[in-house]
Design a protein around this ligand. Structure first.
Ligand code: PEP
Ligand code: MG
Length: 324
């Protein structure tokens, strides 16, 4: 039988909530960048696990006003009704340069004033954004708004952000785990934040010391690298220790086999490009949680990215191959 047909069969009936074969729930969420994305993604999904707000700020001479931001965030929240929407505050710098938030040339932008560091220097950017988010939440009372800061590396940064969210009445303040520092000390940052979302794109880049924009380095940047998997495991242990929710919002979550490993490591939501959700949902339905945990154990213990992937694949239902 031809592969496209087998794939269509494997995907048939993939709708509704994400869950393993034995019913462990895994929220399947969309990564979005605009209010228009939100409208199209809102149809069949359980919410958004990453709204990359910097797309609103690209190609601007000036930061958008609080009013304009409020309007956009309100429209995104309306699209999702009472479903979860995780908004990431401005992540400028490095691969996402913004004209009005430029602090001057840097020798190593990926290691420079980016993400939460930049908004600590330009504090009004963060204050305005949080004010707009709080106003949008008031305008859409049924909404379930979570807010998180990018590139957090220290407890002080987590504290700074969480305090600001609390001050404007935002009830869910989280951090992205994108640095090895946050990953290996996740119990500490999670004692402060309400939740964490692992950004596997940057976490791979910083764990492997390999520029994510450098195509030739793709093998080093693979989330199957055992060192990256160890970082994710450490993050999840901090989640366990504190009882806080851990999600993944990097590209890794959209790979059906990797999604099983992430769930086995303890991740309870996966956010990805909306086009990836159907295959991930189908993969979850084929496997029970115990198998996911076994896959995760073998993958973390592997000696190479290739071995890690192969070890997980060996335990997979044969139908999974049609989804990859
Ligand atoms: C990540 O780093 O994995 C992430 C989700 O953020 P971005 O890709 O926008 O840096
Ligand atoms: Mg990132």
């Amino acid at each position: 039988e031809e592969r496209p047909r087998r794939r269509a069969r494997a995907l048939a009936g993939s709708s509704g909530e994400g869950a393993t074969k034995d019913g462990r729930k895994v929220k399947l969420l969309a990564n979005i960048g605009t209010a228009a994305d939100a409208e199209s993604a809102a149809m069949d999904l359980e919410g958004s696990g990453l709204f990359r707000t910097e797309f609103l700020f690209l190609d601007r001479e000036q930061a958008p006003s609080v009013e304009e931001q409020t309007e956009t965030y309100t429209s995104v929240l309306k699209s999702f009704g009472d479903r979860r929407v995780v908004v990431r505050t401005l992540d400028a710098g490095a691969d996402k340069p913004l004209a009005f938030a430029d602090l001057g040339p840097e020798e190593n932008p990926a290691l420079g004033q980016r993400g939460v560091r930049l908004t600590q220097v330009r504090e009004e950017l963060m204050d305005n954004q949080l004010a707009a988010l709080a106003a949008a939440r008031e305008a859409v009372p049924e909404s379930d708004l979570w807010v998180m800061a990018p590139m957090v590396a220290t407890t002080e940064e987590a504290r700074w952000f969480v305090d600001k969210c609390r001050a404007v009445g935002l009830p869910k303040a989280g951090i992205m785990v994108e640095t090895p520092a946050a990953a290996i000390r996740s119990a500490n940052v999670l004692a402060i934040a309400d939740f964490a979302s692992i950004g596997t794109n940057d976490l791979s880049q910083y764990t492997m010391a390999a520029d994510r924009l450098e195509g030739d380095l793709a093998p080093l940047l693979s989330p199957w690298q055992p060192a990256v998997l160890s970082m994710i495991r450490e993050t999840c242990r901090g989640g366990d220790a504190t009882g806080k929710h851990i999600g993944v919002c990097g590209e890794a979550g959209g790979d059906p086999l990797m999604a099983l490993v992430l769930v086995g490591l303890g991740v309870s939501s996966l956010s990805m490009a909306p086009s990836k959700v159907a295959a991930v949902r189908a993969a979850l339905r084929l496997h029970d949680f115990e198998t996911c945990k076994q896959m995760a154990n073998y993958a973390v213990d592997a000696w190479s990215a290739k071995e890690a992937r192969e070890a997980a694949l060996r335990l997979a239902d044969p139908v999974l191959r049609d989804l990859l």
